[in-house]
Design a protein around this ligand. Structure first.
Ligand code: HEC
Ligand code: HEC
Ligand code: HEC
Length: 427
């Protein structure tokens, strides 16, 4: 057989395989799901709905499914993925454009199995995490979702270009990266640690932002060791002392998730939103469980670089900028102001190899999380109009290599790149 014929045969087998697979998927998607919702009324029903609302809060469904704050859950919120934009679905109880006509089985298929009304869902909907939801949480969540006021809003979710717009390809993705099953507690762990593991890996879908993705958008094996999304670096959440939560006590984690700030830092960007919509509304017991679980995660082991020498020209120039532009708020010791202005000293975000968050905050300014626990968040001013790429590179390098911090030098072209990306996002 010549090489060309061989390739032809392989392509043929591939096409047949894909067709067969497509048929299998179609049958699977058209399964009949029985509507086995309990018939409850009165207090039993209102309690169930309240529990379901709590599951929705812990899962932060509203964050992605709302684009107009007056129409919660009506969808249309755009999520930029490396493959193009995907819009979130309308999940209000509207019968025509939402999920008002769905059965619980259909809802379960979408939330825990990644199969929606148009076929396989893109994992921009975090069903890999939600697949661990317990049956009772899923059941309560469904009871709550049916109470969401219907909003007529037609959304075209799939706005990707060929071949990424082919939903059946996600069948292959699922085979490779989706290993979902409802949460089962580990017998050797305490009830609190099991609850923490459940919240972090299930409803809280913390790994959706804090775990790096491979080129296909699947999770890498280094879980919760930090990654960068749309100009923000979601830090390492293991107990690594340099780039992770090694210096944070369990109470520091609880304070951060409850108030959006703690004695070290203030949540900004996507984490400020997660705190505002989700974690600040969680019970103290659940936040303690999350903190206890995170503090049991073994430290990641990236190599810690040596800090740049204080006497380099870059460090001198950076110090000058810091003393005149930043020290009034962050203090010359880098200590900041408790619960208001982040400590820059020994700050995991500053030590992260990727300076994305720092550049976004310095160029664009940032509002800290506004929560019931800390209603008057301070603002970090923007410096894009005031400092050149070179100056921002110098001051960022300086703060990343002072007061016990150590991280690679930031070059001016990196700042120029971040500046362009931020300007493009604003349009
Ligand atoms: C990180 C963003 C994000 C979060 C959080 C999120 N979703 Fe989604 N969801 C999406 C996106 C994007 C889609 C559309 C995906 C697609 O069409 O492939 C979607 C689709 C869905 C669908 C399928 C609708 C259909 O017509 O097929 C349902 C149901 C749904 N989400 C429910 C929920 C619930 C319930 C929660 C909370 C437990 C939730 N989502 C949390 C982003 C999110
Ligand atoms: C939508 C993306 C997203 C989700 C979901 C998310 N995070 Fe974050 N998280 C971030 C980003 C981005 C930061 C950095 C914020 C900053 O620099 O102020 C962050 C920061 C943090 C920090 C502070 C770390 C430090 O060193 O400063 C903690 C703790 C944290 N997240 C915990 C969690 C937990 C627990 C969950 C799940 C319940 C979670 N996050 C879910 C994006 C996310
Ligand atoms: C007017 C007071 C003020 C000044 C001046 C100021 N900052 Fe900030 N900075 C803040 C506040 C408040 C925050 C927290 C905002 C947030 O989290 O959204 C912050 C956040 C930061 C962060 C993020 C820290 C983290 O843990 O995520 C960095 C980095 C930072 N500032 C660096 C600088 C640099 C460099 C300068 C000077 C060029 C500067 N700041 C000047 C108030 C200030």
């Amino acid at each position: 057989m010549t090489l060309k014929k061989l390739i032809g045969a392989l392509v043929g087998i591939g096409v047949l395989g894909a067709l067969g697979y497509g048929v299998g998927v179609a049958i699977d998607l058209n399964q009949h799901y029985p509507d086995n919702t309990d018939v409850l009324s009165g207090k039993a029903l209102s309690d169930k709905i309240a529990r379901g609302e709590y599951v929705a809060i812990a899962s932060d469904c509203v964050a992605c499914h709302t684009s107009d704050s007056h129409k919660p859950f009506a969808g249309g919120y755009k999520i930029d993925t490396p493959f193009g934009p995907i819009l979130s679905s309308n999940i209000t109880a509207d019968k025509e454009t939402g999920i008002g006509n769905w059965s619980k089985g259909q809802f379960d298929a979408a939330v825990r199995h990644g199969k929606g009304s148009h076929g396989f869902l893109y994992p921009a909907m975090p069903y890999p995490a939600y697949s661990t939801l317990t049956d009772s949480d899923l059941d309560d969540l469904w009871a709550y979702m049916q109470t969401i006021a219907p909003v007529h809003n037609k959304v075209i979710e799939n706005q990707l270009s060929f071949p990424y717009n082919q939903r059946w390809l996600l069948g292959g993705w699922n085979l490779l990266f989706f290993h979902g099953a409802p949460f089962t507690p580990t017998a050797s762990l305490s009830a609190q640690l099991n609850r923490g593991a459940y919240l972090v890996n299930g409803p809280g879908h913390c790994a959706a932002c804090h775990t790096a993705k491979n080129i296909f958008g699947g999770d890498v094996s280094n879980a919760m060791q930090g990654t960068t999304l749309q100009g923000w670096h979601a830090p390492d959440l293991t107990t690594n002392a340099h780039v992770g939560l090694g210096h944070w006590s369990e109470q520091d984690v609880v304070d951060y998730l409850h108030n959006g700030s703690n004695r070290f830092t203030v949540a900004s960007g996507p984490m400020a939103e997660a705190v505002e919509n989700s974690t600040q509304h969680m019970t103290p017991e659940d936040l303690a469980a999350i903190a206890a679980y995170l503090k049991t995660r073994p430290a990641s082991t990236p190599s810690v670089p040596a800090a740049l020498a204080n006497d380099s020209a870059t460090m001198h120039a950076g110090k000058l900028i810091y003393d005149t532009q930043c020290a009034a708020c962050h203090l010359s010791s880098g200590a900041g102001v408790r619960n208001m202005i982040p400590t820059l000293a020994k700050n995991p975000q500053l030590n992260a190899a990727d300076p994305a968050s720092l550049l976004t905050v310095i160029l664009n300014g940032s509002d800290g999380a506004v929560t019931t626990g800390n209603p008057t968040a301070a603002r970090m001013p923007r410096f894009d109009w005031k400092l050149s790429d070179q100056q921002i590179a110098q001051v960022t390098t300086y703060i990343r290599n002072s007061w016990g911090n150590a991280a690679p030098e930031v070059k001016a072209d990196k700042v120029a790149h971040a500046r362009k990306a931020i300007a493009a996002q604003a349009h």
